[in-house]
Design a protein around this ligand. Sequence first.
Ligand code: NAX
Length: 326
Amino acid sequence: MKAPVRVAVTGAAGQICYSLLFRVANGEMFGKDQPVILQLLEITPALKVLEAVAMELNDCAFPLLHGIVPTDSPEVAFKDADYALLVGAKPRGPGMERSDLLKDNGKIFSALGKIVDKVASKNIKIVVVGNPANTNAYILSKNAPSINPRNITALTRLDHNRGLHQLAAKVGGKVSDIKKMLIWGNHSTTQVPDITYATINGKAAPTVVNDDAWTRDAFIPTVAKRGAAVIAARGASSAASAANAVVDHMRDWVLGTAEGDWTSMAVSSDGSYGIEKGLVYSYPVICKNGDWTIIPNLPVNDFIKAKMKESEKELQEERDTCKDLL
Ligand code: NAX
């Protein structure tokens, strides 16, 4: 049996974590031979609910779950953590401007960054889920200078998975027939879902779809605004599908992407595709041996390029709003 890995999870008593934690404890994220210790962080008023989550986790009797540490102390939650799933964030309240949300959540992530820098494993792999996810990851990275920025990512896998479903539904196929879906940019409505390189049973998706107007006017906005559509239908934001995407993101990063496919991850830009270096931007990546590589030199058409720039601009604006936290 392998030694257990320590997984810090924030917002652990919230909606997403109520799906996520059980799947991590069941071996779906790190493999069926990898025990885990869950180090669960919540704010103090949510500790009672967190205790109940811990009780339920224990009552599942997962063989791979070697320990649970529920706490309201970030120092305890991140101590020696090998992985971090950063879900906890403040939701946007009534009358709150996007810039207020940015600043409030930015404060959470700058504080967490300093603590990660101090107490976590130097090889920690982090995925940020709490919104605005890309900019929160950027802020955390700037406040954790001893952690390689390559190890601090943000979640766009839910958008990627939403794209797979929309494309499969359009052609009456299965999601498993599709490879090389792609989300560029920010996890926001400026994201750029792109099927240019996708294949369906090995055939070029744009040729199979044969409907550029659908791709431009239906596919892109439907995927980009799917979060709002779920809120409108459910009265709460996506939870189980977000948890599933976190599992997919981390599993692929740690255990590798499938042969012949890639995935979408928001990672620290190396300047690829003309995007400002250091911004946390969603790219197509392959993962191998616990590391990711951006797919280089894809030919990008002018329509997509313009949209990629818009998303970059939004990320630059978000970053500038939070300058005092960097
Ligand atoms: P919930 O409000 O159900 O849960 C959030 C939890 O975080 C709460 O229990 C709260 O007490 C806790 N929390 C707040 N501040 C904290 C702090 N400083 N330290 C530790 N815990 C803290 O929200 P949920 O539905 O679970 O969503 C969580 C976040 O995910 C939100 O920011 C949401 O916007 C974001 N999402 C991101 C997605 C993505 O694809 N990147 C998709 C789904 C989701 O919208």
